[in-house]
Design a protein around this ligand. Structure first.
Ligand code: PRP
Ligand code: ZN
Length: 284
């Protein structure tokens, strides 16, 4: 079958952003709350699954690729390939204890019990650190474990920190940092491998676009050179003469993370009427 099956999270922290990414890649999905949906304008089918099950399904070939947190990929340890880091749903896997606990460092955990849905990563971490703590593996609502006397600490995903806060817990150690990734079955081939290539090309165009802004400004002749040097652009800036003599319109792109600094320098160099616009797609 010449369609790529993409598994995404049915409900949770990643679901909305995963769908948004596919939408930004120009993939139109009609979904009436079903478990499977077909894109109408690109050869992909979307499967809505529990994120915890996605590595297994992708390893088995039930799905060809999947979008989920790297944390789940590492925990499950299935044979899948990380094809692309996606940069959203950033979070960390952390240890937390009751707010009032006198936590003095990792050694505090010796002889204690830690509740987690990440037993494998946690076990490895404790071994590396030489800590002898028990692991209480549970499948959800980890944050209530200390409150009901099930464990002394928890090891869970922290994003905004509000779940910990609401449950009277305090983050004390970070075990790993994670973000959403696109995983693929390692033996994908033929037509489906090709579709994956097209999908990755589109994903990168969306990601690049998010990192850059389009910038237009007016520059007087005498500072044109200085201003162009501040705006290297994709190849070099575009320069167009203005109707008013001695002035030019300069167009270029500028990186989001150096943006304010560049604007300040441009103004000092004599740029006027600076306009900055978002870029929707960018092919480098
Ligand atoms: C994690 C974690 C908390 C929440 C923390 O769950 O178990 O419930 O996110 O987020 P916060 O710091 O913003 O409050 P996750 O989204 O990974 O989902 P799942 O374990 O239910 O699949
Ligand atoms: Zn989950």
């Amino acid at each position: 079958m010449n369609r790529l099956k993409i598994a995404i999270q049915k409900k949770g922290r990643l679901s909305e952003q995963s769908l948004r990414l596919l939408r930004e890649c120009g993939i139109r999905i009609s979904n009436g709350g079903k478990l499977k949906a077909e894109a109408t304008n690109f050869p992909v089918d979307v499967l809505y699954l529990r994120d915890d099950d996605i590595p297994q399904y992708v390893a088995d070939g039930v799905a060809d690729v999947g979008i989920l947190g790297e944390n789940v990929v590492l925990e499950k340890g299935k044979k899948v390939r990380v094809a692309e880091k996606l940069g959203f749903a950033r979070c960390r896997l952390s240890l937390a204890v009751k707010r009032e606990e006198k936590y003095v460092g990792l050694s505090w955990l010796n002889g204690k019990k830690i509740a987690s849905t990440y037993p494998n990563i946690l076990r490895r971490f404790l071994e590396e650190q030489g800590i002898a703590a028990g692991i209480e593996e549970i499948s959800g609502s980890v944050e209530i474990a200390p409150g009901i006397g099930l464990a002394d600490a928890v090891c869970d995903i922290v994003s905004t920190g509000s779940t910990l806060m609401m449950n009277g817990l305090r983050e004390v150690e970070t075990i790993l940092r994670s973000e959403a990734v696109l995983i693929a079955n390692p033996s994908l081939e033929g037509e489906r491998q090709k579709i994956l290539g097209q999908l990755r090309f589109r994903i990168r165009a969306v990601q690049n676009a998010g990192q850059y802004k389009y910038i237009l400004l007016n520059a007087p002749d005498d500072s044109l050179e200085t201003i162009c040097a501040l705006l290297p652009g994709m190849k070099s800036p575009t320069i167009l003469p203005l109707a008013e003599k001695g002035w030019n319109s300069v167009h270029s792109v500028v990186k989001e993370d150096t943006f304010w600094e560049v604007i300040d320098n441009l103004r000092q160099a004599g740029a006027q009427g600076i306009l900055v616009c978002p870029i929707e797609k960018m092919f480098l």
